[in-house]
Write a protein that binds this ligand. Structure first.
Ligand SMILES: Cc1ncc(COP(=O)(O)O)c(C=O)c1O
Length: 471
């Protein structure tokens, strides 16, 4: 460096971020979005002139992807909180939020800002070889939240899907506990759709025609109508397996609130006994929080149930945008075990940071936090509806931002019919569980307000009333 070379005092990137033109561009974009989305604040019918083209586009999509899609849904690309505009001009109240992904609903200013910041980044994707500081922020946020009430989680490996986070969790457990080659999971659990996870997931249809991969043994889940007895049964099953195949179990796989299985929450004592037995046998305790993360009274459901001291590996996804496997020092991998090209796009990583911090700052957590308050309000509404329509609605089920009810006889036929009719009436929900099937909601916890729940209840009331009258 010669004497004439000016000393660099700040990053070019910092200069760009602080450039007043960027702030002005953001302001203009936000202003335009607010203006164009202002009318999307109520459910609306499709625009007749758009319906034929929409149907043709949707048929093409189904054909291209090689199978039927659950909802005839193609978003237009704009929305307003929990309301979303579809490409046929209709507006839906979206309370399933991409199966728990759109935690801030549609066109949220925080995520628009994250998107603009992402567009200013030098690349589209961040990866294993080349990362930006935002990835450090996400990892730190997730670890700090995980350690809040005493877990031993110190590490976080980010990835692109819940399934990949779960694959990595399995690998950490198998490597640490090698040569153990089996795991234990709950009946009716859902873990993802890779070859290994299709084996863990307790649903035969999801592994139809697939080869066996890992050995999984199943124990029954908690039954809230018989707390002590179901705990005893599950623990006895687990101990039976541990004795039958000594040294062969690498992990116990725990979905703390069964999501796809039908919104069945477990309970502290139930988990504590199973986890303690696992610890005594050197079996990794894995909590699959891909669906539960961010939805209970605490960021992690293991904190909601107060079992922080007993988790070894935790996975998160969906509302976090970028997914992750978190683990204690003991389960840190050997070099080469876990890696990938993509960690996530700049958009997903910056959105993850905005969402994680946003939910904490907005008071979503805590026994009286927003997550639990939304649940209480929705639960009250569903209870009122179940009194008004006896035999047509039972429940509510679930915890926090996971809420469900059973409709009519709980058959998948009637449940699907109601989901379709709610959709046509403007309310998006989805199916969970098998027998009985349930109608579930994954609330967009960053943007929903009580009045949106009231609107959902009005739609359910009307549609269930119509269907009951037709019987
Ligand atoms: C509990 C649980 N684990 C794993 C997954 C798989 O996540 P992804 O679909 O992002 O691969 C899901 C998805 O629904 C889930 O609910």
């Amino acid at each position: 460096m010669t004497q004439d070379t000016p000393t660099k005092t700040k990053l070019a990137a910092a200069g760009l971020a602080a450039d007043p033109r960027i702030a002005e561009a953001k302001r203009l974009i936000q202003e335009a979005i607010a203006e164009h989305s202002a009318d999307l604040a109520a459910v609306a019918e499709p625009v007749p002139a758009l319906v034929a083209d929409y149907q043709a586009m949707f048929d093409e999509y189904s054909k291209l992807r090689g199978g039927k899609v659950y909802f005839p849904y193609l978003g237009s690309g704009i929305g307003n909180g929990p309301f979303v505009e579809l490409a046929d001009g209709s507006v839906k109240l979206d309370l399933i939020s991409g199966i728990g992904v759109h935690g801030y609903g549609h066109s949220h200013p925080k995520l628009i800002d994250a998107g603009i910041d992402a567009a200013l980044c030098d690349t589209v994707m961040q990866g294993n070889l080349q990362a930006n500081p935002s990835i450090v922020d996400t990892s730190r946020l997730l670890v700090d939240l995980a350690k809040e009430s005493g877990s031993g989680i110190n590490h976080c490996f980010l990835t692109t899907s819940g399934a990949m986070a779960n694959e990595n969790a399995l690998k950490l457990a198998f490597q640490r506990n090698s040569p153990a080659n089996r795991i234990v999971a709950f009946t009716h659990c859902f873990a993802g759709r890779t070859l290994a996870l299709a084996q863990v997931t307790d649903k035969a249809a999801y592994r139809q025609g697939l080869p066996d991969t890992i050995a999984v043994d199943y124990i029954p889940f908690f039954d809230e109508s018989a707390p002590e007895r179901s705990t005893e049964i599950a623990v006895n099953h687990f101990k039976y397996y541990l004795n039958r195949h000594p040294g062969k179990y690498a992990a116990i796989w725990l979905e703390l609130i069964q999501g796809e299985g039908g919104y069945y929450p477990g309970q502290t004592e139930f988990f504590r006994q199973l986890m303690t037995a696992a610890r005594e046998h050197g079996v990794a305790v894995i909590a699959d929080e891909v669906q539960t993360f961010g939805r209970t009274s605490r960021p992690y459901a293991f904190q909601h149930f107060g079992v922080d001291d007993l988790v070894d590996i935790v996975t998160v996804g969906k509302i976090t945008q970028v997914c992750a496997t978190l683990f204690t020092d003991q389960y840190a991998p050997q070099p080469g075990l876990i890696s990938q090209t993509f960690t996530g796009s700049n958009m997903t990583i910056l959105a993850a940071n905005a969402i994680l911090q946003g939910l904490v700052d907005a008071g979503n957590f805590g026994d009286d936090g927003k997550n639990m308050a939304f649940h209480r309000h929705f639960a009250t509404k569903l209870t009122e509806l179940s009194n008004k329509h006896p035999g047509s609605i039972s429940g509510p089920f679930g915890i926090g931002g996971m809420i469900a009810f059973t409709a009519f006889d709980g058959s998948s036929k009637r449940t699907n019919e109601l989901i379709d009719r709610l959709y046509a009436a403007g309310l998006m929900s989805f199916m969970a569980g098998g027998s009985p099937s349930r109608i579930r909601f994954l609330l967009p916890l960053g943007c929903i307000e009580m009045q949106h729940i009231d609107t959902a209840a009005e739609i359910i009331d009307r549609v269930v009333g119509e269907m009951a009258a037709e019987q």
